[in-house]
Design a protein around this ligand. Sequence first.
Ligand code: XUL
Length: 526
Amino acid sequence: MPVYLGFDASTQSLTAILIRIEGARREVVVERSFKYDDELPRYGTRNGVLRGDDPLVVVAPPLMWAEALDRMIASLAAAHPAEMAQLAAIAGSAQQHGSVYLNAEAAGRIQTLDARVPLASQLEGIFARVTSPTWMDSSTTVECREIEEAVGGAAALAQRTGSRAFERFTGPQIRRFFKQNPRGYDSTVRIHLISSFLATLLAGKDGPIDRSDGAGMCLQDLATSAWWPEAAAAVAPGLMARLPALEPSSAIAGTLSSYWRERYGLPASRVVAWSGDNGCSLVGTGLVREGRIGISLGTSDVVFGAMRDLRVSASGIGHVYGSPTGDFMGLTVFKNGSLARERVRDAYGLNWAKFSAALRSTPPGNGGSLMLPWFDPEITPHVSSPGVHRLNLAEIDVAGNVRAIVEAQMMAMANHSRWMGVKIETIHATGGASGNADVLQVMADVFGATVHRFASGHSACLGAALRAWHADALASGHPVEWDEVVADLAAPMPGWAIAPRPEYVAVYADLRERYSAFEKDHCGRT
Ligand code: XUL
């Protein structure tokens, strides 16, 4: 009975899910998660990241992600030895865009890890840059414009790679590093995404970047799934030689290296290419065909959906990435997600139960009160100077502010995802806040759509475990169709759905227009 392991190295935590597949019987046997701040306090992160004086710079130590992986595998091997002994394949998901810079020593060290010594102490000194820029970083506006200009403009870049240049994308981040620290760039021999870095550690050799996560770099020709040399030249000299191979998401990166087998008594499982969290969430919410959309309410709030044919966002607001299924996926990403909800909760000394009660005690539409919840610089719409703006809303109005932030997030998602061209009738909701039915009721009313949710909010991690199964079956010569892969474990909770209430859908149709105008008043570009 094969067992498959999925990881999700998200912004704030590492999650692992073990699934067992036995004919038509599929089950989640283990689900385990820890926050980096709690488990690994020595790295000094807050919500998984490090911030300095410049609010636009948001980084994290790559060594922390490596140590987290080592600890998680240690705890799984200790607590579930029987299941781990049957491990056929491992795949993973990671926050997108973040990059890891390895020096000339790295490949040799990773290949010859000593099973008697903990991983992190063996990796010290292999990084050409000790902190990695994360997806939350928005310090590269200048580099974005430089890259767009060099390849013939934002529209040309979007047409070829699926997105115009965004501050958090890996290409602009690499360019900024090259400009600010040319010696550091010179000493870099390999630049990985967080996903491919973690796959590399498991396989003990250089892992590929998968075409889904690779689309978040401004460097991949989306139609051919190959690096685009002109974009690489626009980012930094000699970049092509520093990039790993680009492979389909089902590629096998290698076999679990001797470090893991000897240290934790694991079998020679296949290591499948890791991917980005949004591609993995697409699989983990069963959205392998075009039609329905998913909304992930996590550190980032993301509207996403499968796309059969490449359709780029004409307004430049959204993205097209590769889907792990081999098709494409459309996304619109919002930075002020769960951390913004927490800022409001904490500002008024609430817990989640009281936050929900405040939502229930206020009318849909909030009597016309609005908030722009830009606690951090925002991705959609583009806002580089953070600030919270209120209209007809007193800061001391606790319940009004709670409703205002949730409505703002839902209205922004509904308005800015129109480019995806999907008539939204059904939403698959996932991520931490999808456990909150009052938040989902606002979602249903704002979108005018029925909302389904899942037994676990960890859809990216589940998607990674399902990808491990799919890739292992393919590599073994017994491929399983995607519809079959997601049929059971990635199906929404049966008998549970939140329907939109027509009288409030009408209220929001009007309020969405007013929200859009309020937004335009407060940002230069939408
Ligand atoms: C996607 C994005 C975020 C991160 C966070 O483009 O920036 O969703 O992947 O997890």
